[in-house]
Design a protein around this ligand. Structure first.
Ligand code: K7E
Ligand code: CUA
Length: 668
């Protein structure tokens, strides 16, 4: 088969090529692929710490996982877009607002990409951003608490896949729509009017440099393509953002054929500095839009959700020299920028080569107007004029590229199940290594930053098959760790993951471990229902709502006897954990509650809602094995018929009602 630089594979040719013997989809010889000293390289002795934290997207589980590297040990699951019954995220009254959207409560999403905050293009250990693909959202996790602190919904978007990639100083996190849809005017149009009526957007979400708070600064209206991935420029290309797009054919049905018709799609280059300037100059227009902005407050231990009403939309027609299109072969998936900011790599899923574009040449082509016509009125830069070089015969199905600290690039090859290492300057292939199987994203330590750490690389694979003991039809996904410190990549560990990981990013442990929060100070607790000592525990009735101000400390809940609840009451258990020691959570669960437990960290207050739907005595208990007498950490609530006159009382350690400190007690 003759593959020249201009001869991109058609789908049929690709299939034939794949079926050939040159590249096998299922690499063999696993044992030969593992080097002799692998065990020693990944062994982190008991009690010792890993060198890196690896933040891994959970895909369709809507969560984020934190693994230690090189051990591959799972350190934490951080709930982001999905409810998490393990700790009550999305079930407790305080955290429910985090999952609010303009369409109400949406307790799930599809989380694909991770972006660690950077300053001057280097990890600063502050925040982790993540995209919600399905109900377009961006989340921000605080690295001090490993908790989701903010979620902003993205209006005028349909599938937030090209997200949440960030600019070098975390000025913006971005959101490119996967689907184009009717955006302005009447949305009720025939689907086959795609070409006339469907548009895309890319959104620039400003990140406050002190607090991390997000706000949609502006959105840019774009042609009706599908945005896939994106990366910000670095250094010399700092002012630019690059978005890969497919379906430049603007097909609305059978995309596997109709969106692969053209030889080339595009990488859209956006000068975001110019866009920012245009927005400032009033070139945009405020359009009505409904989107939720949810923020968790660490002092009140409570989230609030606000529905925003409008967004600033920039029409590129009014903003010259802001957007250029770079032709990119065959349905590009990833687009990645090397640490110097000079080279932009496009990975065409159906292309038989990897094009590398030069930012310097792109600037020259713009200055000299070396265009190859237009696309929807936007200048298309001439492919040859902006091309730095093409990686020849890299393998099949290139998806994503990461970089090390020595001028090398690593590209994941989905179809041929391998990672290909190549030199960025001379675009020569240096090494290749199999993955098991069908790799999606890959992650080099510090790979997307200006100063990658190199050393290790992780492959996140889409197919697992025979890697681990079988577990029925459903298997864990597989990840593989490689030592990339030498000329040859060496597999040193294979470990299962949670959900279906897409992108992941790793950061040296010492950049965040030293700032890790251990407890919440009880004196700083500003929760309106906080109880800062057992003497202040109480039970208050407000109509059919009953508020229980409860405390938890080893090894009792106060109060542990509650009477006077009536059938149909809404009972709110506001539980404050009075402990001030690291790693002493208490949990709270009550029989037949229709939600989950809550897990309350030291100094924190969390609330579980319970509807009294049956008459009787209902047990409750602490769910976290907190002490030798944890099993004794329990209580009873008596529910009486609706018309009963059992007085509202509460107590602990006595069969007498508690002193009438609360004015509302027994008030009838
Ligand atoms: Cu390649 Cu959604 Cu980043 Cu998965 S995407 S692999
Ligand atoms: Cu508190 Cu168990």
């Amino acid at each position: 088969m003759n593959i020249t630089s201009r001869n991109f594979l058609t789908t049929a040719a690709l299939a034939a090529f794949t079926a050939g013997t040159m590249y096998s989809c299922k690499p063999k010889n696993t044992s030969a692929a593992v080097s002799g000293d692998a065990a020693a390289k990944v062994y982190v002795a008991p009690g010792k710490y890993d060198e890196f934290y690896n933040f891994v997207s959970g895909g369709f589980n809507g969560q984020m996982m934190v693994y230690g590297i090189p051990s591959g040990r799972l350190l934490r699951i951080i709930p982001v877009f999905s409810q998490h019954p393990e700790n009550g995220y999305g079930f407790s009254e305080e955290t429910k607002p985090m999952l609010n959207t303009s369409h109400g409560f949406v307790p799930w999403d599809d989380l694909h990409h991770i972006a660690l905050s950077t300053t001057n293009g280097e990890h600063d250990g502050r925040w982790v951003f993540a995209n919600g693909n399905n109900s377009p959202r961006i989340a921000r996790v605080d690295m001090k608490t490993f908790r989701t602190e903010e979620i902003i919904e993205i209006p005028n978007s349909a599938g937030n896949h090209s997200s949440p990639f960030i600019t070098e100083n975390t000025e913006y996190t971005i959101a490119g729509t996967r689907f184009s849809v009717p955006i302005q005017g009447n949305p009720d149009v025939p689907i086959n009017t795609y070409k006339e009526n469907f548009k895309g957007t890319v959104s620039f979400v400003k990140v406050d440099s002190i607090t991390g708070r997000m706000n949609i600064a502006f959105q840019i209206l774009t042609p009706g393509v599908n945005f896939d991935l994106s990366r910000a420029g670095k250094g010399k290309s700092h002012d630019w953002f690059f978005f890969s797009c497919y379906n430049s054919e603007k097909a609305n049905t059978l995309l596997e054929v109709n969106a692969s018709a053209k030889d080339k799609d595009f990488i859209m280059a956006v000068n975001w500095k110019k866009a920012e300037q245009y927005a400032k100059e009033g070139k945009g227009k405020k359009v009505p839009a409904q989107y939720a902005h949810n923020v968790y407050n660490d002092k009140t231990h409570t989230a609030t959700s606000t529905i925003e009403k409008d967004v600033l939309l920039l029409d590129p027609k009014d903003c010259p020299d802001m957007i250029y299109f770079i032709p990119c072969p065959k349905s590009p998936h990833g687009t990645d920028v090397d640490p110097t900011g000079e080279y932009i790599v496009g990975s065409g899923k159906l292309a038989a080569l990897i094009p590398v574009f030069s930012f310097t040449k792109m600037q020259q082509a713009i200055a000299n107007k070396t265009f190859d016509g237009t696309y929807d009125g936007f200048p298309v830069l001439k492919y040859e004029a902006v091309l730095h070089g093409e990686v020849q015969k890299p393998g099949l199905g290139p998806l994503h590229t990461e970089f090390d600290n020595e001028g090398n690039a690593y590209t994941s090859m989905f179809v041929s199940s391998e990672i290909v290492k190549w030199n960025v300057k001379d675009v020569k292939v240096l090494d290749r290594v199999p993955t098991y199987y069908s790799i999606g994203h890959l992650s080099v330590m510090g790979g997307p930053t200006r100063k990658p750490y190199g050393k290790y690389m992780v492959a996140y694979n889409k197919i697992t098959k025979d890697r681990y003991l079988p577990t029925g039809p459903e298997l864990a996904q597989s990840a593989q760790l490689y030592d990339i410190s030498g000329d040859k990549m060496k597999m040193i560990l294979d470990f299962p993951t949670v959900g279906e990981p897409h992108y992941a990013e790793a950061i040296p442990a010492d950049k965040i471990s030293k700032n890790s929060v251990k407890i919440y100070k009880i004196e700083e607790n500003e929760h309106p229902y906080a109880t800062k000592g057992e003497a202040q525990t109480k039970v208050e009735r407000k109509g059919n709502q009953v508020h229980v101000y409860m405390t938890a400390i080893r090894s009792h809940l106060t109060p542990d006897n509650i009477e006077g609840i009536k059938l149909g009451d809404e009972v709110y258990f506001h539980v404050t954990n009075l402990e001030q020691d690291w790693d002493v959570p208490h949990g709270f669960a009550i029989k037949h509650a229709n939600n989950a437990e809550i897990l309350i960290m030291p100094g924190e207050t969390q609330t579980l809602k319970y509807i009294a739907d049956r008459v009787g005595v209902i047990p409750y208990y602490c769910t976290d094995f907190c002490s030798a007498l944890h099993q004794e950490m329990q209580g009873y609530m008596r529910v009486s018929p609706a018309g009963s006159n059992v007085p509202l009382t509460f107590s602990t350690g006595t069969n007498l009602p508690a002193p009438q400190t609360s004015t509302s007690v027994s008030k009838k």
